[in-house]
Write a new protein. Structure first.
Length: 320
């Protein structure tokens, strides 16, 4: 039985709130609910009675609470006796989408490695759907990708919302001012792969527009290739602002003003709840911190995209 599930159970019982327990454990309310649901399924009993106003222990929950507290206390004493956080060692298997590789991943790994020099990193960069499959198969310990994974043994934490814009080379013949999606559809579109959340957003915008022009879409798994093709005037591309900020500053690409705008791109950290690796939780907390710093530093046009992350970090710091 995963002690993280028992930890979630104990804090929900103590605080009488799933949200308060999530704040205490620096995770999401959905993550706490998933842990409790899995624990109830494993034990075959209900542990809480829940309504809109309160969370109370059932008879079985009352019976379990002192046992769970004793198990967590034993775990704490065991760690204090035979180990220390700085002594953590082993291999951590991390999957990342390419957007993360091109933005805040180097800072994250550098900061994490300074804290845990004995941990070896195995890094896999791939598309979000493939990272999801690898995580579900147990070949990754954590994946930074674009969609929350619904399976109950996976926990998701939202890291950021990345501002998205249509971008193009200055030489591309586009009308000045605000463009419609119909104007975008007249140009070749440089897109992420068909199964990506970005391409689904493009299809949604196309369905909501009045354009009758068939979409001319080229699909790429390489973010770097998309940027280079856009710079040559090959077509327009929906890309995270943070990824192309350097090209925009150099005048190699321009951010297009399109109505309606592209929805922001979410970044989730997804991890397997069992078996639990303490180093993964620390890596995810560092990812939130590093990502917020990266997006806010010298980028006022995208700083609003990390407001939610910054508020969460402030709340965690106040609690600790």
């Amino acid at each position: 039985m995963n002690l993280r599930f028992l930890e979630a159970f104990v804090w929900v019982a103590r605080l009488s709130s799933f949200k308060a327990a999530a704040d205490k454990l620096c995770t999401t309310q959905a993550g706490i609910s998933s842990r409790i649901a899995t624990l109830e399924e494993q034990l075959g009993v209900r542990l809480f009675e829940r309504d809109r106003r309160s969370v109370t222990l059932t008879f079985h929950g009352t019976e379990l609470l002192p046992i769970a507290e004793n198990m967590l206390d034993l775990q704490s004493r065991m760690r204090a006796a035979v180990g220390a956080p700085t002594a953590a060692a082993g291999t951590l298997r991390i999957g990342v989408m390419e957007t993360v590789v091109h933005t805040w991943l180097p800072a994250l790994l550098s900061r994490f490695s300074r804290r845990h020099p004995k941990i070896t990193i195995e890094l896999q960069s791939d598309t979000s759907p493939r990272l999801r499959d690898e995580l579900l198969r147990g070949r990754l310990d954590v994946a930074f990708q674009t969609e929350a994974i619904a399976e109950g043994f996976i926990e998701n934490r939202d890291i950021a919302l990345l501002a998205m814009r249509w971008v193009a080379a200055p030489s591309l013949p586009l009308a000045p001012g605000t463009l419609r999606f119909a104007d975008i559809a007249e140009q070749p579109i440089i897109s992420f792969q068909r199964e990506s959340i970005v391409y689904r957003s493009v299809l949604q915008l196309a369905g909501d527009s009045d354009t009758r022009t068939p979409l001319r879409v080229s699909f790429f798994s390489s973010l770097a290739a998309m940027i280079e093709l856009a710079k040559t005037g090959f077509g327009v591309a929906p890309l995270p602002v943070a990824v192309v900020q350097r090209e925009v500053d150099r005048g190699e690409l321009v951010l297009l003003d399109v109505d309606p705008p592209l929805p922001p791109l979410p970044v989730y950290a997804s991890q397997r709840a069992e078996p639990a690796l303490p180093a993964v939780d620390e890596l995810i907390m560092l990812a939130e911190e590093v990502c917020a710093e990266f997006l806010a530093a010298g980028r006022p046009d995208v700083a609003h995209a990390v407001a939610t992350v910054q508020r969460r970090l402030s709340a965690v710091k106040r609690k600790t």
